[in-house]
Design a binder for this molecule. Sequence first.
Ligand code: CO
Ligand code: CO
Length: 315
Amino acid sequence: MRKLPKIDDENIVASIGEDVAAYRFHNQLLLQTVDMITPVVNDPYDFGAIAAANALSDIYAKGGVPLFALNILGFPTNTLPLSYLEEMIRGGADKAIEAGISVLGGHTIDDAPKYGLSVTGYIPEGKTFVSKANARPKDVVVLTKPLGSGVYTTAIDHGLATDEQVKEVTELMIELNKSASEAMQTCNVHACTDVTGFGLIGHLTDIAEQSGVTIEINFKNIPFLKDALSLIQRGAISEGLINNQHSFRNHISKIHPISIDEEQLLFDPQTSGGLIIIVSEEEVDKLKRELRNKNVFGVQIGQVTSKQETNIQII
Ligand code: CO
Ligand code: CO
């Protein structure tokens, strides 16, 4: 990324390092993001809906509202039936409708199946763009979905997952972060991002670095899918998890002892994970109430402190 030409444009509000690009155009703050993934579940309709929810998530993490989207997809015409493609696109289009937008076109290449959206959105008047760089000491950290989707989808890939586990993880990943974002925008939040490929620790590290703080996480408060630990013990460990562990393990210190399996769960890459919302102590009860009113899961998993030796402390 360092080799890219320097960008000089006073209308740029966010770029590399943020969940979206943000660009001021006349009096509007426009948002743009693109995300695509390989199949995480076997059902093509569900996969399409999950890929769309995953792509929309970056807009919601910034407190934005989506406007419209374009499909971006890979599809192997010689090895998969056309019905797979149709179902996948239908899943994405239905999820877009749930988000209040339409898919207005797109682009396909002949390749192994992959799907995602490029989403255009904006920040409504009177609302603010929620960055990663404004977490402050004494703030509280709230997470809006349990962790473990990477472990479950790896179990699916290995043929280890039961029908019930497939259902549990599909319901989790298919859920839009729309209501969580709306609840967040009723409060004076300081920072937010969505939990995706870098796992909980990777995304918390990003916020901690950009904000110049340390984040303490209370391990016993972290919510996991029911069978996440047992599946990890049965070997449902993705390459992404191992990569995250290598990249981020030096960023954590453990004050509270946790097992190797438990630690691995914190590095598990998520698909369409929840929001990490960082809010002042004074506003956290309001945030929790708003989340509850909208039927959104939300757990306080930690707090922000002034910068310590490591970005993350597990207490
Ligand atoms: Co993101
Ligand atoms: Co993304």
